[in-house]
Write a protein that binds this ligand. Structure first.
Ligand code: SF4
Length: 334
């Protein structure tokens, strides 16, 4: 039997929101592959489509949004075409999602233990006793005393609530966990300790992670690869170290120059002039062209394809058109 090399493959994914007759294309032609046990950081400014992409992958979009094109291949199936009943079978066991705000995601009138048991019973046949034992085990995994299975969400600190959410996501040890800004409501100390724990669990249990954040410092340390999104598109994808040390896309450079480094000389932080486009009416050609310091004539006329200059998986920018041609030529020399 052949083993799929990737846990997840997203191909040319397009997601639209509808408000009356107005269409907003929030995700535009995203391609992404995730290896088993890989930790992928997904970063970009607010409103760039990070969360929409994740909800589309998990098939958790609201009624006002739809996947208009593309494929999401997971565990040998295309999630785009699965019915709710089939998805229910995959959720939690195959993949799970940790939401941004645990206070909103957890039911305030049920104990954490009751919520864990409910989730387990909804997705598999399990006795009350076994569910209880499993609940205790996953609480211990995330560093919470199982005594808190009896606690209500408001009785836990912000960090403990997020850990409880991660415990729920881990209840069947899925192959993939999608985390949508799981640490954004925490102070920096709780944030760091939660990240260390996520990374340890990931190494121990072998699941892959898509980690959404706008905090570059978090992904700098913890992710294997980094995807940078701008206006609904992944504009750069590569190994985290490579993207941080030698960003290729002008937007990635701008984003990183707005982020302070704790090493080396003190440098003045630069922002990116202008603001992200209105996705109801995005700019023609490259969506970054009105803000790009390297803009060329071609940039406003046609969307740049994905190039893979040396050292990166993908860069959507015409600056690399010639380099890629050179690279392909070099590769074809016998
Ligand atoms: Fe800038 Fe053109 Fe590259 Fe877009 S394609 S990032 S406008 S140089």
């Amino acid at each position: 039997m052949s083993v799929a090399p990737h846990v997840l493959e997203v191909k040319d994914l397009v997601v639209d929101y509808y408000a009356g007759k107005t269409r907003t294309r929030a995700v535009n032609g995203v391609d992404l592959q995730l290896g088993r046990g890989e930790f992928l950081g997904l970063v970009g400014e607010s409103g760039c489509g990070k969360s929409t992409l994740c909800f589309a992958i998990a098939r958790l979009l609201g009624d006002n949004a739809q996947i208009s094109e593309g494929d999401v291949l997971f565990a040998g199936q295309n999630l785009v075409y699965l019915r709710e009943k089939q998805l229910r079978h995959l959720r939690w066991r195959g993949y799970s999602v940790v939401m941004q705000s645990a206070m909103n995601a957890l039911n305030p009138v049920m104990t954490v233990g009751a919520q864990l048991t409910d989730a387990m019973k909804a997705h598999t046949k399990i006795s009350k006793r076994d569910a209880r034992q499993r609940g205790q085990a996953v609480m211990q995994l995330v560093g919470i005393d199982p005594i808190h299975l009896e606690s209500y969400p408001h009785q836990l600190s912000g960090g403990m609530r997020q850990r409880a959410m991660i415990a729920m996501a881990l209840v069947f040890i899925p192959d993939l966990i999608i985390m949508d800004e799981p640490t954004s409501a925490l102070d920096v100390v709780a944030q760091r300790s939660l990240m260390i724990q996520i990374k340890e669990l990931q190494r121990e249990l072998g699941f892959a992670v898509i980690f959404v954040t706008h905090d570059m410092s978090l992904v700098a340390r913890f992710s294997d690869r980094l995807a940078i999104m701008y206006a609904g598109e992944i504009v750069e994808l590569g190994e985290t170290r490579q993207v941080f040390t030698d960003p290729q896309h002008p937007y990635s450079r701008g984003l990183l120059s707005a982020f302070p480094s704790i090493h080396g000389e003190r440098e003045e932080l630069k922002g990116i002039p202008g603001s992200p486009p209105d996705l109801r009416n995005p700019p023609s050609g490259c969506r970054f062209h009105p803000r790009c310091p390297s803009v060329m004539k071609i940039c406003s006329t046609a969307e740049p394809p994905a190039y893979s200059p040396r050292g990166t998986d993908l860069v959507r920018c015409y600056l690399y058109a010639d380099q890629e041609a050179e690279h392909i030529q070099l590769r074809s020399v016998p």
